[in-house]
Design a protein around this ligand. Sequence first.
Ligand SMILES: Cc1cc2nc3c(=O)[nH]c(=O)nc-3n(C[C@H](O)[C@H](O)[C@H](O)COP(=O)(O)OP(=O)(O)OC[C@H]3O[C@@H](n4cnc5c(N)ncnc54)[C@H](O)[C@@H]3O)c2cc1C
Length: 563
Amino acid sequence: MRFRADALQAVEDKAFDLCVIGGGATGAGCALDAQLRGIKTALLEAGDFAGATSSASTKMVHGGVRYLEQAIAHLDLRQYRLVRHALIERRWMMQNAPFLTRPMRFLTPCFTVRDVIYYGVGLKIYDRIAGDGGFQPSCFLSRDESLSRIPALRGDLRGTLAYTDGQFDDARYCLTLLETFTACGGEALNYARVLGFERDRAGKLTEAHVEDQLSHRRFTVRARVFVNATGPFADAVRQLANPDLSHRMRPSRGVHLLLARPDFAQDALLVPRTDDGRVIFAIPWLGRLLVGTTDDLAEPNGPGPVTAHEVEYLLRHVNRYLRAPLCKDQVVSAFAGLRPLIGNPERSDTKGLVRDHEVEVDPQSGLISILGGKWTTYRAMAEQTVDAVQQRLGVPRTPCQTSNHPLAGSADYTPDFWEKLAAGYSLAPETARHLAGKFGTVSTAILELCRRSPELALPLAEGFGALQAEVVYSVRHEMAVSLEDVLARRIGLQWYGWKEAVEAAPTAASLMARELGWQDSEKRAAIECYTARIHQMIAAAGLKPAKARSEKEAADGGGPAWP
Ligand SMILES: Cc1cc2nc3c(=O)[nH]c(=O)nc-3n(C[C@H](O)[C@H](O)[C@H](O)COP(=O)(O)OP(=O)(O)OC[C@H]3O[C@@H](n4cnc5c(N)ncnc54)[C@H](O)[C@@H]3O)c2cc1C
């Protein structure tokens, strides 16, 4: 991608065939699909790319064993179809970006023979639907074998049922989709909010009124077709296009915790039942344990921080299955997101809503909205949306090319790529693994920055693989403009630990200041604003506060950091 200022110039008051609104998984997928079919496309995102739901998922590439259970229990064909489609997509999603995805084994605890039969039969059906996708089939593990894999599990279990799904880095996957899109000639711009539309005599949308969220300057983007890919916020854009449209979305809030429990396991734990009939996962994630999630009806106006009540809820339910319980003091970070669910007048709760998608074409304004869906099905959703775009453009439908299109960083990538990096650039294994797992073969671009400026090869934070060069790269090539853009979605440090992110903020801010021409006062304001935001999240979650290091302490590499 370009430097943001250049991207702004490339879309400001320009004309395109297609304008995609929303820079999460769905919008990025639509933009890539359209551009690959030769449709000149611009994507506009109101906040940061992947700044909403698409970086707040459980990070599973999956069909959904819970949805399969619902399909069988209620003989629900829609749920069944969703699982089947998602299992087909699971394969493409993993193949197209192997460095951002990996198989993950999930263990479901069984305490009775009935549990073994019930989950065993369900998971065999899951295997059957998935077909031969290169995933290990499900199997029963004895009590001893289960405890050797997850030592914290309660000792009175009979065993576990193990099955395999995919795991991925959601924020980086979205950025990689956008990188692939712009490499094919598309234009993407973050911090560009669509505020309204212009129409022709027939009422069809012709241009979007956009506000640059950094300068608050307004401009327009003309397009022959507009796609609304704004996930949980889709109703607001639908109503900008046509105020007569009624609400369709029923967003649901889901939260996750990250815990410092490196001893927990290599495998993930599936907690099969909560008091409110959900499942919870505890999944190893980049050196932390990711625990989630909840499912509560929410308003479509930003999820807000994770609350102390939600922390207690998740820990209480997982701890029912553990002899070595997880505790609040081990929580090092947390995040919340809104599921973009389509409402169903017959259901008052959100957990029973099907995670299905729908392409809606508004005949009056011509707006195409892609509603609902899951991360795992983003590609199929984009394919159907772009089919509808071609119909609106009045051009023949051309074949979709995304099912087998390696994303940026995937060409020539092999599982031992990190070893080549380590040998070629004399890197520590954890640094090489970190770079390969975030950037694939694009890692060499970051290492070239280090070759030119060796001080950029210093680590950004202790115990975390990221290099300072990644901050520079994310500003120059990934349109990062704030500390949170860098420390959360580009580098992932904010999810590794709030403490580590607050400690790294002064260093990251100094690097960003050089790239973006910040004055000292702007740099200080950026650090203060970021630190205050993290402190708010910590306070909302009912945890102990983090103490920021001063710039001087950060430069000295010492000083008190975390009480
Ligand atoms: C707790 C939780 C766990 C999940 N776990 C999984 C999982 O493990 N696997 C899976 O497959 N799926 C999972 N999902 C679902 C998945 O994350 C979502 O389906 C997916 O991320 C939705 O992407 P999206 O692009 O539609 O929405 P978003 O990522 O929310 O993107 C919409 C974007 O539109 C932008 N926007 C809004 N209004 C405007 C405007 N006026 N102008 C410009 N831009 C605008 C927003 O800023 C936002 O960035 C989970 C969801 C949640 C909440």
